[in-house]
Design a protein around this ligand. Sequence first.
Ligand SMILES: Nc1nc2c(ncn2[C@@H]2O[C@H](COP(=O)(O)OP(=O)(O)OP(=O)(O)O)[C@@H](O)[C@H]2O)c(=O)[nH]1
Ligand SMILES: [Mg+2]
Length: 300
Amino acid sequence: MSYSFGYIAVVGKPNAGKSTLVNFLIKNKVAIVSPKAQTTRNNILGILTTENYQLVFIDTPGVHKSKNALDKFMNKNIRSAESGADVILYLIDSTKKFDDFEADYLKSLKENCDAKIIVVLNKIDSIKKENLLPLSQKLSNLGFDDILPLSAKTGENTSMLMDEILKNLPKSDTKNFVYDEDDYTDKSLKFMVSEIIREKALNYLNEEIPHGISVNVTKYEQKPTILIIEADIVCEKESHKSIIIGKKGSMIKQIGQSARMDIEALVSCKVMLKLFVKVKKDWRENINYLTEFGYKNEDV
Ligand SMILES: Nc1nc2c(ncn2[C@@H]2O[C@H](COP(=O)(O)OP(=O)(O)OP(=O)(O)O)[C@@H](O)[C@H]2O)c(=O)[nH]1
Ligand SMILES: [Mg+2]
């Protein structure tokens, strides 16, 4: 019997479908998903273990230009994932225009990383297949020969991707797995709870506000029959606070109810969830707040 182990960094622009793909491949939801850009902020491991292999996918924040300290933290996470990976999956949203920013990013990735790069053209369920040709041509002109169209949503072609990943990992005669066979992520339940709340906020709130929120769990107390959770939704402005609360508390109630249902499914136990909205002006620029909210550079 031979065994494979490897780190697979999943990189690409915001909204390309990286988290959707990782969740699909490992058959567990480790990363939140939303139609808004810059949903993922931390590197999140999604681990898939079988008899013969252990694949550790590293979901990363979307590649974007840094405008504040939080962006810098996110971009540093991406570089760290790329440098520690055996294989890099670079995801492109094939429904969007392929621009110079992306071409330049790919060129520098090729120059600076030793890992095998597989370019994944995602969301093929939403395009005419013939539109893939010009995109594939551009990528092959840039020197990429491993290009795989797929849909992270429907799963089309994902088994081909798995084969391609495994082909590029070294084989060993001994079981060289690093993580416990039951582990599917490196993140704590508390982290996942805060992310679920943020996912609901991202999905219910309009464009401008989601980028400026952070969710901090302040109480996490397991009683015999119920898990008691309190969390702050931190935003940047008073005007955002009233939108998050909504008319007579309707928005915060909707976020809370929907988050509670997902958290109950995650922890298999009844949950009491209390949410508070707080304003911390320009927290994304403030290193002390970033550290307090868990966006620490030591993690990277
Ligand atoms: N139609 C279609 N939509 C997809 C596919 N994969 C992802 N999406 C959608 O694209 C949006 C973004 O997905 P995410 O998985 O959050 O994207 P991401 O790359 O992790 O985004 P960031 O965390 O912001 O970098 C969501 O609305 C997904 O449902 C796909 O294969 N087909
Ligand atoms: Mg993501």
